[in-house]
Design a protein around this ligand. Structure first.
Ligand SMILES: CC(C)(COP(=O)(O)OP(=O)(O)OC[C@H]1O[C@@H](n2cnc3c(N)ncnc32)[C@H](O)[C@@H]1OP(=O)(O)O)[C@@H](O)C(=O)NCCC(=O)NCCS
Length: 150
């Protein structure tokens, strides 16, 4: 972790972000989704190691006084190594510096690993969005809405 560095992602990084995104999610963001975030100046940040391998990335969207965590991912080979906490530390510090009062996120009801990470970090469930996410066979899955005050 000591040699890993956070840096602001740009259009030039979208290919390598997509490579990870497509490995991790059943319904990954498209190139267009990432471009939209960049065009809208969302905070898109990557964490890379000393050999420039992308370890993790996140996307934050400001909404009034709250930061929305739109995407948060750790590349498969770097999972289970404690990077989740470091990335959450980084994004919360950034939001805090910019005077946002909280971070809000949605997570699939079935994503127990992510829910565990967020809960251990200090996020609490504040609601559910019914049938928010697509799943296979034209079915839908609820989202848990979680929030943490900064
Ligand atoms: C969610 C994600 C960012 C977490 O990062 P990670 O490196 O895997 O997280 P860690 O290994 O540090 O922590 C996982 C925690 O969940 C626990 N966990 C792992 N699998 C679990 C499961 N199936 N059910 C419940 N808890 C689980 C682990 O025990 C660990 O807790 P611990 O620190 O007390 O041991 C990562 O798995 C990821 O990128 N997943 C795919 C993308 C994604 O789902 N992003 C979130 C979208 S909202």
């Amino acid at each position: 972790m000591s040699t890993a560095q956070f840096y602001r992602l740009s259009f030039a990084d979208v290919d390598r972000v997509l490579e990870i995104e497509q490995q991790l999610y059943s319904h990954p963001w498209t190139r267009g989704n990432f471009h939209d975030s960049l065009y809208n100046s969302h905070e898109m940040v990557g964490l890379q190691d000393a050999s420039n391998n992308l370890i993790a990335y996140y996307v934050l969207m400001p909404v009034v006084d709250e930061m929305h965590l739109l995407n948060f991912a750790i590349s498969t080979q770097y999972q289970g190594l404690g990077y989740a906490r470091s990335v959450l530390d980084h994004l919360c510090a950034s939001a805090r510096e910019q005077k946002f009062i909280s971070v809000l996120l949605e997570v699939r009801l079935s994503n127990l690993r992510a829910i565990s990470v967020y809960t251990q970090y200090g996020f609490s469930e504040i609601g559910r969005r019914k049938a928010y996410y697509p799943v296979a066979d034209n079915m839908r899955e609820d989202a848990i809405v979680m929030r943490m005050e900064l």
